[in-house]
Every structure is written in structure tokens, then in C-alpha cells.
Design a protein around this ligand. Sequence first.
Ligand code: GLS
Length: 783
Amino acid sequence: MKDAIGRHLSYSIGKTPGAATLRDWRMAVSLAIRDRMADAWFASTRRTYEAGAKRVYYLSMEFLVGRLLEDGIVNLRLEERVSEALAELGQDYAEVIADEPDAALGNGGLGRLAACYLESMSTLGCPAYGYGIRYEHGLFRQQIVDGRQVERPETWLQQPHAWEFERPESRYEIGFGGSVRDGTVWTPGESVWAEAFDTPVAGWNGRWVNTLRLWSAKPTEPFDLDRFNRGEYAAAAESEALARTISRVLYPDDTTEQGKELRLKQEYFFSAASIRDILRRFESQFSDLRQLPEKVAIQLNDTHPAIAGPELVRLLCDEKGLDFDEALQIAQGTLNYTNHTLLPEALEHWPEGLFGRLLPRHLAIIDRIDHAHAKANPSRTSSVRDHGQVKMGELSFIMANRVNGVSALHTELMKSTVFAELHRLHPERIVNQTNGVTPRRWLLSCNRRLSTLIEERLGLGWVDDLEQLHDLEPHLDDPAFLDAYAAAKTANKADLADWMNRTQEGLTADPAMMFDVQIKRIHEYKRQHLNILETIALWQAMRDAPNAGWTPRLKLFAGKAAPGYVFAKEIIHLINAVAKVVNADKITNKMLQVAFLPNYNVSLAEKLIPAADLSEQISTAGKEASGTGNMKFALNGALTIGTLDGANVEIRDRVGAENFFLFGMTTDEVDQRRAIPDHAAKAVEADSRLARALAAVRDGRFSPEDPGLFRGIADNISGPDYFLVASDFSDYWRAQREVDGAFANAGDWTRRAALNTARSGWFSSDRAIRGYLDDIWGAETLL
Ligand code: GLS
């Protein structure tokens, strides 16, 4: 290992040890680890060809992979060798690992799920490819300036990326716009190249390695030398800049017409390139396109790649010469669709004008698909095109062999709400696959203290068979085990507290406090504002009775708000404003501290989750499709305070109701409550704590220099309150006080935390992928 690192330092990076920077060392180690993946990578491909096996293709706008070096080292079981080698070379292992920038190619749970699934597919030996976009800047980097979110471009690719292989020979010309002649001959008005970059994804023990193939946009028109020579430098580079725009950022602000167009271009760009690549690979091995459903399963991760359906039909008809009905049947046998949200604003639809301008041939194909479907299902009343919009959820459903939800509750709600009619017509099509998380990253490597303790008791079999964690339960009768479990948590908290106290102004975190954590995208349905309101009420109650024996708490928040989502940004501002006041209050600040940690990403989650005592999963029932953070917390021994929403329901069933703090209305109760006029005003009237906390927000207690600053939030909660913050407040307060009481009994708390770990094995992404293999893809594993 030492030689391998040394060789890369000299011959790949071109530095001597004396001149090498931390980045140089990190690059050299990364290349040495990547080398060790190569043989298994080639072998995986060879075995897939030899077996004539079915391949799985996971198309996703997001792959939130985070850092890759530690993942690679852990999965190849090279940790000791690397840390020893680095020590001999005078380098610090942890520093080298931490030098890697996060690949922030995703927004939240949907993108992280795609990353966990890729890793699990490799662990299980399922031949698979991830297909997405190689965003130059990924999701924005969040800074907090004067309490407010400021977005800065993410710069992860400004330095060479150690893990990828550029494949200039694998490129496809992707067209947009133009016109259609004779009904089928599409001549695009402009085009770009989609060029492939491949990253190997190694599973546990490095026995199988799959590929993440990300597309980068390149100009088809070379740089304009004539204009350059005339001194028109900017104009000369214009076509290149325009082409690159397509793979520049994740989720461009689509509140403008240009933003919408760019987003649709991105979706077509990566879907079309992927479909062509899939067909090319298929045809290199098989000759009959009718075999496609037998040899290929394509998973559409949400509706973002939905255009892959019409594109596949188009290629089969217009380019391969199949007739339309046959092409449609082949495509429907090959494609599957995962729905990740029921929120109407997140279910994609495109204005027909824009769609027809950019993808004229596809719009005609969508109409034909829709007509064929309506003909076969005469009782259907809805259609893909509706009120001048093209509805991508409907399209995805119609084009899919299987459609899945991501938790039991969410799947049932899909059947009874957004897809009620299509479900009636195709009652066998919707299936459930509750989400999962990879135990390699989310326990073994992020929580060394706990995973070492588990290894001492159970060995390492649980790492790829997570249900084995059940075998911890007998150890809970051993006081030494519980002490060690508590000690691991305390040490994780101490590390986090040290780091936060160094980096967060005004904060004095103490590991003896309860670490109460809410980390996720900032959204009204996730109700960070319910949490901060309860924080305010708690602070007021503490000030009233400072000696009432309060359980000391640190409230931790992190998460990004979409740049155009004004209310979510106000919530961030309010949290920071409350933190400033509360942390400075000498009466309460030994009992209550609040922090908003900037730039939430995968690496920050890896720090926070192992140190959490309490996991906040407090969405309005029916709104959180599943959640995956909730699973990571339970696995790492945080108790959940949560509503009956998404996968919380299943977590509670498994860890036991007595080890979960339930509060709030159910999905049905939410609907009933919303129907009551003035539901919020009534709730405020009935709860004096809530009224007082709201008054403090409204009257500028946290913004003395601008007293009206947060009035909008208070007015929303006591007015329309669509997400029912006010109506759930009292019960949330009650559950939080139950948490206080439980935390005060340290021994019992530890036992309950350990039970959460022991009973979370079902939430492994290996289990989820087995479910997809059996119920959706009909594919075999080769290990
Ligand atoms: C999401 C849901 O909001 C989450 O509840 C879910 O866990 C995740 C993965 O299935 O998908 N849908 C979405 O649009 N973003 C998400 O994170």
C-alpha cells in the first residue's frame, strides 16, 4: 500500500513527498484504492456478459454519493493497511479522508437513496449501472450570513476528481427543437454531445463492482476561430458555454421560462444518452430487440427521467423500424417507475408549448401512447395531456411494468389519491418497496465506536446481513454492554461538541445535554417551524421556572432551502435568530442551546447521526413519502419523536411503540382537521404556550432591530397553516416532555437506544434491493 501510494504520488501526481500537499496525498491514496477496484470491475462485466444476465439500469437526476475515499477503503477492507501506510509516510488518515470534497450531486433523500442502492446492488452482485448527470457545480453550497441562507456555487470539480474515468469514445449527439417531417423524421434545431464519465462502485468486500456513468454536456460546434480572430472572444466561445449550461448545476431555479426549459433539456439530455447507451450495449450482445424486457430493467427514479419512455419508443420505431404497438409493448416491459412524493408541486408537469418546441416528435409519441392506453382502457377519464400541461407522473405510470412507492403508507396513499384511477385500471401494477440505507456507510464507517462494539459481540456478519443485529438483544441484559453502548454515544457527542464549539459562534455544546437533531431539506411539510416554536415555548417555560429540573437540551438543525422558496428561507433565518437570543441567555443557557449548522451534506450527516440522542421526524402525516434519515438515526441508537408518516410507521412497528415517541394527527385526522374553518386560530386559542411563543415571534422578540421581520411566519401558523403546525403543537409539546422524563433515566434510555439499533436491521438497502430484484426487475444476482 505504501509503495502504491508512493508510486501514484510520483508518477500520477508528479510530486515528491517533501513537496506534496494534503490534496496530493489524498489523490495518491484515492488512485491507489481505485486501482484495487479495477480487476473486480472488469471481472464483473465479464461475468455479466458470460452469464447473458439481465442488467439493471437506475436512471436518476441525483446521485448524492458524498465522499468516496473512505467508502472505497472500507468496502475493500483496507483500512488498517491504508492507515498504517499513511502513518509511515507521515500523514494522518483522518485528515486525508476529510480533505475530499463532497460530491453534492443531489438534493436530499431521493439522491442519497440512489447512492445507497448502487452500493447495495454491488454488494449483492446485481449487474447494474447508475445513469445521471455530471454536474459541474452540483447543489449549491450554503452559507449563513447574518442568520440568512446565501447560496454559493459548489466547486467540487474545480480540482481533478480521483474516481472517474473519462470515456470520450462513449458519446451521443442529443438534439433539441427543430421540426418533424412526414410524421416521423425529426431534424433537431440544435444539439450537444453527451460524454460519459465512469466511476466504479465497489460493494462490500470488493467482490463486485458496478458503474456509475454520468453524462457531461459538450458542444458539437467547435470553437469559432473566425470570430475569435476578429476579436469577438466572448461570441467565439458562446456555443461552448451554452452546451455546458446543461450539465452545469443541479435544479436550476425554474421559476423563469428559461429555467424551465433548461431543466427539461437536462432531463432529456441524460435520459436520451442513457437509453442509447443501453440499446448499444444490448445490441452488442443480443440480436432480437423483442428480448429487451428479458435482458434489461430500467428504473426511473421519480419522473425526472420519464422522457426515457417516449425516447425508447421513438428509437425502436423511428430508428430500428419496429411498428408502434410492438415498440410500446417492449418499452412497457422494460421500464419501471418509483414515485417519491405525493406533493402536487413536486409531481412534474410541463407546459405543452415548451414541450412541443423542445421535443416535437416526443409530444406526438406521447399522444399516441395515451391514445393506445385509452383505447385499451375505455373507462379511463384522465389523460397525460391536461389543461395545456404534459403530466409526467401519468406518463411514467402508463409506461411502466411496475410502479412503486417508498413506504407502506405512501404506497397506499398513491393508490387512493394521485394514481387512484390508474390503479383501478391496473390493480397489479403498484407495489411497495420501503426505502433502505446502506449499513456500510451509515453504521460501520460513520460510527466506528458503535460498530466496533457490535463487532466485539457479533463479529461482522451483520454488515451485509443487517437483520443479525437482532442478536444484540440478549446482550442488553449485560450491564457491561449497555455501559459500552452509552460510552460510545457519549464519545461521539464529545467529538461533535468539540467541533461545533470551535466552529459555531456563540454556542457552548455540552455532551451531557440531550442532542436533539433535525437535519433534512427545509420545507414546511417537514415542519422545522414546529420544532423552533416548541424551542421558543420551552425557553419561555425555563425562564419562568429556571429551577424546575429541566432536562438540558441542544437543539440542532441543518438543511438547505430551495433558492426560490422564500418561506423556507425565513424559517432558517428564524432558527438562527432564536439561537442567538437563547444561547446568550444566562438564565437558561446551561439548559438550552440552539444551533443551525451550515451547508448540510452527506459528510455532515455522517458526523451528526452517530452523536444524536433524539431524531426529529415530525412531518405532517401523509406528506413525507418515506424518509431515510429516520432509519439512519434509529440504526445509530437515536430515539425518534415522530408522527405516523412515511417509514416512521414501520420504524415504530419494528423498534416497538415503547421505544418511539409518537405524537400528532394521523393522515385521516389531518384531512378532517383541515376541513375545519379557523383550525389554526382554534388551536392557538386552546394552548396558551403556543399563543405566547407565537406572540414572541410576531412581536420581534428575536428581531428587535426589525420587529416585523418574522411576522409572516407567525401569521402563517395562526392563519392558513396548511401543514397544521398549530394543531399538532400541543401534542408535540406533550411528547417532548415525555422525552425529557425518559432521558433523565439514563440507564433506561440507553436500553431503548440499543433496542433501536438491534431492531433496525430491516432498514438495510440490501433488503430493499432484494425486494426490487424479486418484485420489479425479475433479475438475478451473480454472487
Ligand atoms: C423524497 C421524499 O421526500 C422522501 O420522503 C423519501 O425518503 C425520498 C426517497 O424515497 O424521496 N422525494 C423527493 O422528491 N425527495 C425526497 O427526498
